[in-house]
Write a protein that binds this ligand. Structure first.
Ligand SMILES: [Zn+2]
Length: 243
């Protein structure tokens, strides 16, 4: 399926873990077992900031190490090229669940990182004055503490048990208000956030497309089209982008 992007004025794309798979990130792979999923959610839960902040770093820190060598793949580059190719009357919003920063590294500009970024650290105390700062230290041995208030420091990501910040949620809704082309790529189409976002896009009258390795289970009727395969192969072909 080829898509002529010049036909669309308000393009919104949602990406999930499937887009980063070809970049070789191992973190959170093999979440097949329910028990493993439960353990990861326990270890990465916001409550660990008060009892065992080191567990948060042991879970998410390794991703910082992997990202020292990981590179964006053809899916990231195709989306960056797509954005560059647009005219001034076309709006483009890339919403990602990924915290790895690979879209920006590939050159994407208008990115909403729904779940934050692993590349920054902030204080766990919301009343603290310490500014969020760039940090790629994995802090695997010891959870660092804030130089201002001595609370634990944490990666600037949405932990389990936390919700997407209101300002990001608002930007997402605004981008979908006039959406005429919506793609969900490498993420489950049946659960939040894709299931939620596609309803807004569908309501706005958008063409709605689902791209993933696996079919939607259960199928989500708000998606009109489904293409199964690797994002890094489908996207360049779909938009006629030579990388
Ligand atoms: Zn602090």
């Amino acid at each position: 399926m080829k898509i002529d992007i010049s036909q669309y004025k308000h393009i919104v794309i949602l990406t999930g873990a499937g887009v980063s798979a070809a970049s070789g990130l191992h973190t959170y792979r093999g979440q097949n077992g329910l028990w493993e999923k439960y353990e990861i959610e326990e270890q990465g839960h916001v409550d660990r900031l008060t009892d065992h902040p080191e567990k948060i770093w042991q879970l998410f820190g390794p991703l910082r190490n992997e990202l020292e060598t990981a590179q964006p793949n053809a899916a990231h580059y195709a989306l960056a090229e797509l954005e560059k190719s647009l005219g001034t009357s076309q709006a483009f919003t890339l919403i990602t669940q990924n915290i790895d920063g690979l879209h920006q590294q590939a050159g994407s500009k208008n990115v909403i990182e729904l779940h934050g970024t692993i590349h920054q650290t902030k204080c766990a105390n919301p009343d603290c004055d310490l500014k969020t700062y760039p940090d790629n230290n994995a802090h695997l041995n010891k959870a660092p503490s804030c130089p201002e208030c001595s609370h634990p420091l944490r990666p600037d990501i949405v932990l389990f048990g936390e919700i997407v910040p209101d300002n990001k949620d608002l930007l997402v809704r605004l981008s979908l208000r006039q959406c005429d082309l919506f793609l969900a790529i490498g993420t489950s189409g049946s659960v939040y956030p894709a299931a939620h976002l596609v309803r807004f896009a569908d309501y706005a009258g958008a063409r709605t497309i689902y791209i993933n390795l696996d079919p939607m289970l259960p199928p989500n009727a708000a998606f009109a089209e489904e293409y199964l395969g690797k994002a890094e192969e489908i996207l360049p072909d779909m938009f006629g982008i030579t990388l």
